[in-house]
Write a protein that binds this ligand. Structure first.
Ligand code: 5BU
Length: 221
């Protein structure tokens, strides 16, 4: 984040590999991380994407949302990714099993479409603290713990939309970062479906980083 002065992750939800690589090259200079759903990409080529990630210095986050028994999540795990998302519905055993082979994980503690009022956050934090070497942070809609070194990421982010008509709920980047203590914003269609993808990525990068600096400054005062 510091090296690129960016707390922007772009979610590239496309079905063709050539389109994934095209967008990755366009947004690459402005992001710290790129989020994929590799299972929806027909001819996914992770080596080509890894080369673009190395060129532009960003992490690959596979939003696999692993949610099965240890034996199965070990088979599903995307070893090419720097970080994967993991649900905690199957309990700590799956996270523990993954920690033996994985590089990093974001635990899903709350979704943009649904909140259970904090029960999942509490359990995610407990599992995160127990498996701190593997768990890098959480996906949620607001920070729920301080001083633990975890990265807090939020999806469902847009500066101009509130809903997508299918159930997605969007929150403004400044609200998430300044008011709710989020570190990394995950922006999808507001960038990938923009008329000018490069311009949109630059816009969210600037807005996100300024909001992040403002929060850091407020913390010092
Ligand atoms: P959008 O185009 O900005 O709506 O895309 C959001 C992306 O973030 C998409 O890939 C979802 O799978 C992902 N997501 C989400 O929208 N909400 C969540 O709570 C989590 C992931 Br976790």
């Amino acid at each position: 984040m510091e090296r690129k002065r960016s707390n922007l992750c772009v979610a590239v939800d496309v079905t063709e590999n050539v389109e994934l690589l095209r967008v990755a090259n366009l947004v690459g200079p402005n992001i710290c991380m790129l989020k994929t759903h590799a299972d929806v990409v027909r001819d996914y080529d992770f080596e080509a994407l890894r080369a673009i990630a190395a060129k532009h210095d960003f992490l690959l986050f596979e939003d696999r949302k692993l949610a099965d028994v240890p034996h199965v999540v070990l088979l599903q795990h995307a070893t090419w990714a720097d970080v994967v998302s993991v649900h905690i519905v199957s309990g700590e055993a799956s996270v523990k099993a993954l920690s033996n082979i994985g590089k990093g994980a974001f635990l899903v503690a709350e979704m943009s479409t649904y909140t259970d009022g904090g029960t999942t956050q509490k359990e995610a934090l407990r599992i995160g603290l127990e498996n701190g070497e593997y768990v890098s942070g959480f996906i949620c809609q607001g920070r729920f713990s301080d001083g633990d070194g975890f990265v807090y990421c939020a999806a469902g982010v847009s500066a101009d939309k509130k809903f997508d008509g299918l159930g997605q709920v969007y929150t403004h980047p400044q609200e998430l970062i300044v008011d709710r203590g989020i570190d990394v914003i995950i922006v999808g269609r507001s960038i990938t479906h923009a008329k000018d993808v490069v311009d949109a990525a630059r816009y969210y990068k600037e807005m996100g980083w300024l909001a992040y600096l403002k929060r850091c400054k407020d913390l010092l005062n």
